[in-house]
Design a protein around this ligand. Structure first.
Ligand code: HEC
Length: 101
């Protein structure tokens, strides 16, 4: 029973720190986001600074894979060729809106 409790606690602790972008750094992601002017289109579409696109009710992204795919798609919009590492950085940054686990 004790062992079971310990395992359960361990699981919860892991869940609390789990991130779908363990290799990403949110600060590096924020820099890339600004560098590529990622919100330029989003702002034209939705007004404000454009970040409403990440929190709109019918947003497209619902999991980490979809987020990486959308980042890839949108980076084509800005003619950027992101490395896997940069995708992880952007994912880590944008997860402030998505709060994916
Ligand atoms: C040329 C215009 C344009 C640029 C520049 C652009 N995007 Fe987008 N982005 C879009 C459009 C249009 C959508 C909405 C797609 C849809 O609703 O089908 C979108 C949606 C998104 C979403 C999904 C939002 C949701 O609904 O959950 C993410 C994430 C995203 N963009 C990230 C980025 C990132 C990161 C960059 C910079 C590398 C970027 N975008 C640059 C046009 C752009």
């Amino acid at each position: 029973m004790k062992l079971l409790n310990a395992l359960l606690l361990l699981g919860l602790a892991n869940a609390a720190f789990a991130t779908p972008f363990p290799a990403g750094n949110a600060q590096a992601g924020e820099k890339l986001f600004k560098q590529y002017k990622c919100n330029s289109c989003h702002a034209a579409m939705l007004g404000g600074d454009g970040s409403a696109i990440f929190t709109r009710a019918d947003r497209k992204v619902h999991n980490a894979n979809e987020l990486i795919e959308q980042i890839r798609f949108c980076s084509g919009n800005v003619g950027a060729h992101l490395t896997a590492q940069e995708e992880q950085h952007l994912g880590a940054y944008l997860n402030r809106y998505y709060k994916l686990q």
